[in-house]
Ligand binder design. Structure first.
Ligand code: 5GP
Length: 200
């Protein structure tokens, strides 16, 4: 059975780079593309980064019970993991990586506790996070403020995750992430996960 690797981080902690690195390193891993109602950023591609859909469509998918989990992450901006997406990837024999928020991560872990590894990527300091977000320049002042506020809230949940990965030096964080994959995803395929010990 394919595993679930959930990577969660406050916006700006460097999670995307990490996830891309893992996907590029191991072909047994695949990314679960979420559905969202937020506007597409210039650098993003439909069907690769997200399925960009209208709020009405999102609500009808909720009614059809099409999501493994979903959240209104920001006001009127919905994000959700489609059952069909994860099932398709598992049927291809892949372990699936999810990039979802704190609440979504903890909810999804409850759905498949014995197959799920939750990783919380943490910036070295709260200031470094605000700086990274500003450098990204993809957000308006209002959106930036909301993201910093949410990031500070999310930092209080780290203890609920199986693993906390501090992204201070990127190279170190990438090799730690590889070590985690090898130890918990590839080596222990037959064993139950359930863990909640901060091993790093
Ligand atoms: P962004 O707008 O920066 O792409 O994502 C904002 C937040 O939504 C991030 O914390 C991201 O992990 C989260 N997110 C993305 N997809 C999903 C999803 O399917 N479910 C949940 N709960 N959160 C998601």
């Amino acid at each position: 059975m394919g595993k679930l690797i959930i990577v969660t981080a406050p916006s700006g902690a460097g999670k995307t780079t990490l996830v891309r690195h893992l996907l590029g390193t191991y072909n047994k891993l695949a990314f679960s593309v979420s559905a969202t109602t937020r506007p597409k950023r210039e650098t993003e591609m439909e069907g690769k980064d997200y399925y960009f859909i209208q709020v009405e469509k999102f609500k009808s998918l909720i009614a059809e019970d099409a999501f493994l989990e979903w959240e209104e992450v920001y006001e009127n901006q919905f994000y959700g993991t489609l059952k069909s997406e994860a099932e398709r990837l598992w049927s291809e024999g892949k372990h699936v990586i999810f990039d979802i928020d704190v609440k979504g991560a903890l909810n999804l872990k409850m759905v498949h506790p014995d197959r799920t590894l939750t990783i919380f990527v943490k910036p070295p300091t709260p200031e470094s996070l605000a700086n990274r977000l500003r450098d990204r320049k993809s957000e308006s002042e209002e959106s930036l403020r909301k993201r910093i506020e949410k990031a500070n809230y999310e930092l209080s949940f780290e203890k609920k995750f199986d693993i906390v990965l501090v992204n201070d030096d990127l190279e170190t964080a990438l090799s730690e992430a590889e070590w985690i994959m090898e130890k918990y995803v590839f080596e222990e395929t037959g064993k139950n996960l359930h863990l909640k010990s901060n091993i790093l």
